[in-house]
Structure formats: structure tokens, C-alpha cells
Ligand binder design. Structure first.
Ligand SMILES: Cc1cc2nc3c(=O)[nH]c(=O)nc-3n(C[C@H](O)[C@H](O)[C@H](O)COP(=O)(O)O)c2cc1C
Length: 185
């Protein structure tokens, strides 16, 4: 068995790639919380909807998000190495669509009609987010047609008492608390 060091990836595989379409179809089964990633400063702002947010490490607090290298946000991150992660509430599917570019708006226009604030870095964060993380970029790792962005969490706010927006099988779904039968525990 070949050894793979922790810091390197195999350059070639003996196994053929699985079909992209079947990969996409299988990944549709992965339910994800929806976030809006805010990027930029002043009038040079943009952002995108993402389900690829993940906690990398809690001590110290670091998170990651994957961004397409074709996106405006990837280019904005080269200019301003900060980003906000805004976890959306159940009812925020219109905002998710807007930051996914589904109504044709770009840049600052995606921010109109929504209340924003700032914390430490000056990046806009959603006032009404379920939780918001104000991050400084520590690493940007281009991989294939995306890049992994690692953020140092400089400030955060969280507000309980609401449900998250969930994306599954290509659509938004109301979150329902699992009903646990006491006999099943
Ligand atoms: C539910 C959902 C999740 C998404 N997750 C990601 C993601 O994790 N990373 C990413 O780069 N794009 C993701 N996208 C696509 C971007 O939101 C979309 O391409 C966006 O318009 C890119 O910004 P741009 O118009 O500035 O290029 C997602 C879209 C949706 C609807």
C-alpha cells in the first residue's frame, strides 16, 4: 500500500473518475445550512450564497468556505482579505437566491433592502443572521476550479430562537426539529 504524506496529494490515480453527473446527483442528498458570504469594503462589495462553510478548528477558532475561482467574490478576496459568514434563517430564501445571483443582481445591489452592520474588520454582516462570523483570511488554497478559504474568526454574534435555512435536493426546505421518541433514546 502506498503511503500518502499528510501535506501532499496523489498526483495520479489508478482509478477512473466517477461521472460528474452522478457525483452531483449523490451530493444533492447532502443537506446543508445556507450562508451568505460577504466580501469587500466600501462600494467594492459583493458576496455569494454558500453551503460549503465548515468549522475547521475550535481552538483556535477557524472556519473554511469553498469559493469558485470564476466568482466576483474570489477576485474581491484578493483585494480585501476579510469575509463575513452569515448563517441564514428559515425564511431568508429570497436573500439566498439574490446572493446566488438568481435575480441577476451583482455587487452592492445584492445588499439593497437588507439591514447590515459591521463588527471588527469592517466587513458587512447581516443584522438578522442566525449567527454571523467576522473573519480575516489566513489562507487561500486554489484547488481545481474552486479555492478553499480559511478564516480566522475575529468576532461573532449568535442569536438562538430561530431555525436555519436548509438546502437539500436542489431546493430550500423548512427545518424541522427531529422528533425523538423517548423510547428510542
Ligand atoms: C444553496 C447554494 C449553495 C451554494 N454554495 C456555494 C459554495 O459553497 N461555493 C461557491 O463558490 N458557490 C456556491 N453557490 C453558487 C454561488 O452562490 C453563485 O455562483 C454566486 O452567484 C457566485 O457569485 P458571483 O455572481 O459574484 O460570481 C451556491 C449556490 C446556492 C444556491
Amino acid at each position: 500500500m502506498s503511503q500518502i504524506s499528510a501535506s501532499s496529494m496523489p498526483q495520479a490515480s489508478t482509478f477512473a473518475e466517477v461521472e460528474t453527473d452522478s457525483f452531483r446527483a449523490a451530493m444533492r442528498e447532502l443537506a446543508g445550512g445556507v450562508a451568505v458570504i460577504t466580501v469587500g469594503k466600501g462600494s467594492d462589495i459583493t458576496g455569494f450564497t454558500a453551503t460549503s462553510v465548515s468549522s475547521l478548528c475550535a481552538a483556535p477558532p477557524r472556519l473554511l468556505v469553498c469559493v469558485a475561482q470564476s466568482s466576483d467574490s474570489w477576485r474581491a478576496l484578493q483585494r480585501h482579505p476579510y469575509f463575513g459568514v452569515n448563517l441564514l434563517r428559515n425564511e431568508e430564501h429570497a436573500l439566498a437566491d439574490r446572493f446566488a445571483g438568481r435575480d441577476g443582481l451583482e455587487g452592492t445591489a445584492r445588499y439593497a433592502g437588507t439591514r447590515w452592520t459591521t463588527m471588527l474588520t469592517g466587513t458587512a454582516v447581516l443584522e438578522n443572521a442566525l449567527a454571523a462570523f467576522d473573519c480575516e483570511v489566513t489562507e487561500m488554497l486554489p484547488r481545481y476550479d474552486h479555492a478553499i478559504i480559511i478564516g480566522r474568526v475575529c468576532a461573532l454574534r449568535a442569536s438562538a430562537g430561530s431555525f436555519p435555512l436548509v438546502y437539500w435536493q436542489g431546493g430550500y426546505h423548512p427545518f424541522e426539529r427531529a422528533i425523538v421518541n423517548p423510547g428510542d433514546r
